[in-house]
Design a protein. Structure first.
Length: 475
């Protein structure tokens, strides 16, 4: 792999060549104020940011192909970027060079009702897909929590998950076909509108989740599903986190019903988000809360399943069960979970949002370990996230009285111990946000050297000069 010193700077001649490809108005160069938004994603802290030398905004696969060929000839690194909502520094240009911003490629190209697919460009905001297909009685089941601001191309790059993954799976479950520009500039098409395909290697699902290191998506074929006839939300408070995380696996098994989503919030998460919203929680002194979404083919069926779930949860120790089965009450119940990350960002600005995942049966053990780590390192570690699939956002938070230098000293120790705990419980360090550069130095905690080496060899085949998104994933 190339070192930083192997790359060439972006010269005026290179900028002129880029302008010839995409047009002068689609280039940002020599303007720090306009370049700065492309220097970071949603990971807080200037230490994670890197300024690009130039931002290029292509509109077609052919333009991207020419940009990549130019970058290879000139040895300039290229960092693809979608909506910039990532949480792993995956779109941060570690070595400067070119940021390839895909915001102009934002068209829904086709809605094929008969085959139940949508063909889209990578810069489409994810929520716009479901809005576009709703009149056809369809929906796109991929659902990252930032779906109203993230781009579908970024969802593919990270194989994004979200609350509904327990029932509908992560982004990769819904990708049937791709047009992709490889790091060396070739344009490849793979897959299609067919549901089954075992012809050759499954390159689609190698590229999905590759964090922009193996190719740039330019056209995406997504599977759609029939719109559920009815939905409902259960908000269920508990006296403690242990009670909450211990209850839901038993209840799901007892009820024999697979919810659409099971979201978990611990005590600090509940207190913080209701303070942020200026509201009171449904009960005082809540130790933890579950938010469960149901959907189905009829209102009667969904209501029946909600009643069954509610009875089982009360038997399992829930303090109460609140049901929302209208659009207004559902939005109200989802509101605390949707605003939780923003609440912590506002009230506890110095933090590190993590993305650990363990087998669901080990969540109670994980919660105990988080409490131990918080006491040991004198930090707060609120925990919330997608309990249904074991993907929890344990978030080390600096206490207001802790000096910044102490925080920066403690954080690598917390990461190391946290990831070692997760690995011991059968989990890993990222369930949906990706490794990027933020977690790359910790990859060896959860992955054997031989497996890391194999993946590096795959990267070398796709990208022999290490031009595309260098410095990501691997330590």
């Amino acid at each position: 792999m190339n070192e930083k010193t192997s790359y060439s700077p972006v010269t005026r001649d290179i900028v002129n060549a880029l302008q010839a490809i995409v047009g002068e108005k689609n280039i940002i160069f020599d303007n720090p104020e306009m370049l700065e938004p492309y220097a970071h994603d949603e990971v807080a802290g200037p230490e994670y940011a890197r300024m690009p030398e130039v931002v290029v905004k292509p509109a077609t696969a052919s333009e991207i192909s020419e940009i990549m060929k130019l970058a290879n000839r000139q040895r300039v690194p290229v960092t693809p970027r979608g909506g910039g909502t990532g949480l792993s520094c995956g779109a941060v240009p570690l070595y400067g060079g070119i940021v390839l911003a895909l915001e102009r490629m934002n068209r829904i190209l086709e809605i094929d009702r008969e085959n139940m697919v949508a063909v889209v460009e990578p810069g489409v905001v994810t929520s716009e897909i479901s809005k576009a297909v709703q009149p056809f009685g369809l929906f796109y089941a991929g659902y990252p929590m930032s779906f109203e601001s993230c781009f579908i191309g970024g969802n593919l790059a990270e194989n994004a998950g979200g609350g509904r993954a327990i029932k509908y799976g992560v982004t990769g479950h819904h990708v049937l076909g791709l047009e992709v520009v490889l790091p060396t500039g070739e344009i490849m098409e793979m897959g299609g509108k067919r549901l089954k395909d075992v012809t050759g290697y499954d390159l689609i699902h190698l590229l999905v989740g590759s964090e922009g290191t193996l190719g740039i998506f330019t056209k995406i074929i997504l599977r759609l599903l029939p719109q559920p006839a009815a939905t409902a939300v259960l908000l269920i408070p508990f006296a403690s986190a242990a009670d909450a995380v211990g209850a839901f696996p038993r209840v799901v098994a007892q009820a024999g019903i697979l919810p659409t989503a099971i979201e978990f919030m611990d005590r600090l998460s509940v207190e913080t988000v209701y303070q942020f919203l200026g509201e009171s929680p449904p009960l005082s002194d809540i130790g933890a809360m579950l938010l469960i979404e149901m959907d189905g083919s009829s209102r009667e069926k969904v209501d029946e399943e909600c009643e069954k779930f509610g009875e089982f949860f009360l038997e399992a120790g829930a303090l109460d069960v609140y049901v929302g089965n209208t659009p207004t009450t559902e939005r109200k119940m989802w509101r605390p979970r949707v605003n939780l990350a923003e609440a912590f960002k506002t009230l506890y600005p110095v933090q590190s949002l993590e993305d650990i995942v363990v087998p669901t049966a080990r969540i109670p053990d994980l919660v105990c370990e988080l409490e131990r780590l918080a006491v040991k390192h004198d930090v707060l570690i609120p925990c919330y996230g997608h309990a249904g699939d074991g993907n929890l956002h344990a978030t080390p938070v600096k206490k207001p009285e802790t000096p910044m230098e102490n925080w920066h000293e403690r954080l690598p120790l917390i990461f190391t111990e946290l990831y070692e705990v997760v690995f011991r419980l059968g989990g890993t360090i990222s369930g949906e946000h990706g490794i990027g550069s933020k977690r790359a130095s910790y990859l060896s905690i959860v992955m054997r050297p031989e497996l890391i080496a194999l993946q590096k060899r795959i990267k070398q085949i796709f990208d022999p000069l290490n031009i595309l998104n260098p410095g990501k994933i691997f330590p």
